[in-house]
Design a protein around this ligand. Structure first.
Ligand code: AR6
Length: 164
């Protein structure tokens, strides 16, 4: 696993992960960027999924994206840390990786789920992301990219990766 700085919508991987909301019908942040880049067929397929619970994940095609698939997961809204946020965030990473394996995918890129509009502190979120993915990769090999959207986030991820 590695961290890079970039726009997740441009990556040529088997799947990119979307930090969605429970409607799966689009929104701001990375969700908006993915829907804009994928085109309107993405929301048409998302409508058929009837939403997604926090901590769960669902897969669709990638349409106009270079990625073949989009794995939509719903991160927790940060509420101070005592509302099962850590457990739910770890579940987002695990369920996304499980879907990738079920679909025989070899590469997957994650944004920093929940750390934008949902307000999860980046350092805590990066620690959960790296440790949850690291544990999963001990059992199932996959190419995992953490796609950071700022140099500051990239530095936080690199510090976490150095601990693994
Ligand atoms: N590529 C990579 N990362 C990005 C991109 C991009 N193109 N655009 C933003 N980010 P957020 P959340 C980063 O707010 O906190 C939506 O409205 C961003 O800088 O996208 O999980 C959904 O519909 C941050 O580091 O997702 C939900 O309602 C990270 O992606 C809600 O926002 C996540 O920020 C979900 O909030």
């Amino acid at each position: 696993m590695k961290a890079i700085l970039g726009d997740i919508t441009t990556l040529s991987v088997d799947a990119i992960v979307n930090a969605a909301n429970s409607s799966l019908l689009g929104g701001g942040g990375v969700d908006g960027a993915i829907h804009r880049a994928a085109g309107p067929d993405l929301v048409h397929e998302c409508r058929l999924l009837h939403g997604c619970k926090t901590g769960e994940a669902k897969i669709t095609g990638g349409y106009r994206l270079r990625a073949k698939f989009v794995i939509h997961t719903v991160g927790p809204v940060w509420n101070g840390g005592h509302k099962r946020e850590a457990e739910l965030l770890a579940s987002c990473y695990r369920r996304s990786l499980e879907l990738a394996v079920e679909h025989s995918l070899e590469s997957i890129a994650f944004p920093a789920i929940s750390t934008g509009i949902y307000g999860y502190p980046v350092a805590e979120a990066a620690s959960i992301a790296v440790s949850t993915v690291g544990d999963f990769l001990k059992v199932r090999p996959l190419e995992v990219i953490f796609c950071c959207f700022s140099g500051k986030d990239l530095a936080v991820y690199q510090a976490e990766l150095a601990k693994e």
